[in-house]
Design a protein around this ligand. Structure first.
Ligand code: ATP
Length: 193
């Protein structure tokens, strides 16, 4: 079984996440994409992050119609900061030695590879798939690092969760940036206001 993990804060999940996951699944032949919302991202802004239960619910709603997409609560249920290496070890145990694990990381995250804890160990434990993202030039990543990951070209969708949060604050439309069910959830719970 080939499983690719898509980690993120998903604050909120948007079409940029969903399209890149689907393109990786189809293009690289994965059986399953496991969305892994992080509890406390060790290297991200903390203030704008809404409670995990809402981020998790929105990932569930956004992924429900794709039979190849699943959502994991593993990082939400673990105490302490979310470190990828711990998650990978736990998933390998859960799925067994024969499961081939990959971790999908967007260009912006790979550029920040030096803030990742145990980056070498992560690379040794799984295949890292670095997806392209508009406005993030992977040439900023040293060749020595680039050579150790699989760079996968995806359709450029210039959407960020930051932009979505800003649009909500300003009362602007987020239609076509997130799935309808996510948009409805955000309004129903008055999120990001
Ligand atoms: P924020 O704007 O709050 O920083 P984000 O939109 O970058 O959030 P994250 O949840 O931090 O979303 O992203 C999770 C993963 O998805 C990261 O690896 C990121 O690089 C990738 N990603 C996010 N948006 C896109 C996009 N539009 N295209 C390709 N990859 C993306």
């Amino acid at each position: 079984m080939k499983i690719a993990i898509m980690g993120g804060t998903f604050n909120p999940i948007h079409y940029g996440h969903l399209l890149s996951a689907e393109e990786v699944r189809e293009g690289l032949g994965y059986d399953k994409i496991l969305f892994m919302p992080s509890a406390r991202p060790p290297h991200k802004y903390a203030d704008a992050i809404i409670p995990p239960k809402h981020r998790y619910q929105m990932v569930l709603l956004a992924t429900a119609e794709n039979p190849h997409f699943e959502v994991s609560r593993m990082e939400l249920e673990r105490a302490g900061p979310s470190y990828t290496i711990q998650t990978l070890k736990a998933l390998q145990q859960l799925y067994g030695d024969t499961a081939e694990l990959a971790w999908i990381i967007g260009a912006d995250s790979l550029i920040e590879y030096n803030v990742w804890k145990d980056f070498d160990e992560v690379l040794a434990s799984c295949l890292m798939i670095a997806t392209t993202r508009p406005n993030y030039d992977l040439h900023r990543v040293p060749l020595a690092v680039r050579n150790r990951v699989t760079i996968f070209q995806i359709t450029g969708v210039d959407i960020s969760a930051t932009e979505i949060r800003e649009r909500i604050r300003k009362g602007l439309s987020i239609r076509y940036l997130v799935p309808g069910a996510v948009r409805a959830y955000i309004y129903r719970h008055g999120l990001y206001r």
